[in-house]
Design a protein around this ligand. Structure first.
Ligand code: MTE
Length: 314
């Protein structure tokens, strides 16, 4: 190991705080992992404090890239209903009530109805899917989500042949969500997908992460995960899913129509009007890395957009 130079810049002077903290966390986690390897029964007892989930299948869709530490994924969040400060979301959502919880399914479908969240979870075998998540702000993570393909759910609710889009809505409850008492966005948070995007095999409804029930700050009890799109499409704490023939107007499109389009596909060639999208900072890493077309999922999804001008449909 090279000797330390006295002039060496300290990590906390050149590294954003969250990355720096993340490295310390990494070292602490390595020490824990080493201890766990020495005492295997301890490793099995490791938990992040959540409720373990029964998972039928594990698939890594992130090419063996190192997973983001749980502490970062659960401690650095965008969830404007609680706070616009990423580190405040976890403590502020601690007491958010996720039971009882129903999801209303309506619009152009055969049987509009409400599902109890636990009834819904029991209907589908849970899978663990390791996906990259790329936020529009320029950071990214690799997260093992637990969930089930949205396609299976859409099939169950039997859409009408006129349905072309799926609209998702987050709970509106200002008494529990202080951010909804301010006009940061138009509430409730709304997102949408084209029906073919919604039934794509990579699109999931997530109910957990890292083998445990989803923490509140990550969108409990039910959130969307669409790995080839910017993170803001992955709407949290969903209470309503509506099938429609009209393109939904999402909260971000209302907030900044020139900055946030309906498609929001990760695209290093189309800049956000105020910053480049060519590179990203993987949380826990020091150097920026190149952003990949469709977040690295081009092989699976590029055909959905074959005839489209992605500068116009951003
Ligand atoms: N869903 C709701 N309801 N409210 C939000 O503010 N933020 C989005 C998305 N889903 C958001 C939301 C954004 S901008 C991102 S990057 C991801 O959630 C962050 O998910 P994470 O905190 O699990 O990493």
């Amino acid at each position: 190991m090279p000797l330390k130079d006295d002039n060496e810049i300290k990590a906390d002077e050149i590294t954003p705080k969250e990355v720096y903290l993340n490295r310390r966390e990494f070292m602490a986690a390595s020490a824990t992992a080493a201890a766990a390897a020495a005492f295997p029964p301890l490793a099995e007892a490791q938990s992040h404090g959540g409720i373990p989930m029964k998972i039928e299948k594990h698939v890594d869709y992130a090419g063996s890239e190192e997973q983001t530490l749980y502490k970062s994924a659960a401690g650095y969040n965008n969830f404007y209903e609680f706070s616009t400060n990423k580190e405040d979301v976890a403590p502020m959502s601690k007491n958010f009530r996720t039971r009882p919880w129903t999801v209303t399914i309506e619009g152009l479908i055969k049987n509009p109805r409400c599902y109890d969240i636990d009834e819904l979870i029991k209907r589908f075998p849970l899978e663990e899917r390791v996906y990259r998540l790329r936020c529009v702000e320029g950071w990214s993570m690799v997260i093992p989500w637990v969930g089930f393909p949205l396609a299976g759910f859409i099939k169950l609710i039997e859409p009408d042949s006129k349905a072309k889009f799926v609209e998702f809505t987050t709970i509106h409850d200002p008494s529990q969500m202080p951010g909804q008492r301010r006009d940061v966005l138009q509430w409730p948070y709304v997102e949408g997908l084209r029906l073919d995007e919604a039934v794509h095999p990579l699109t999931i409804l997530s109910v957990g992460m890292y083998g445990e029930v989803l923490p509140n700050q990550n969108g409990a009890p039910l959130r969307l995960v669409v790995p080839w799109k910017y993170g803001f499409k992955s709407i949290k704490s969903i209470v309503k899913i509506r099938l429609t023939d009209q393109m939904p107007v999402t909260s971000w499109m209302k907030a900044g129509p020139l900055e946030y389009g309906f498609y929001a596909n990760v695209n290093p060639e189309v800049d956000h009007p105020r910053w480049s999208q060519a590179t990203e900072r993987r949380i826990g890493e020091f150097f920026r890395r190149k952003t990949l077309m469709f977040n690295g999922y081009a092989q699976q999804v590029a055909s959905l957009y074959a005839a489209m001008d992605l500068r116009k449909y951003f």
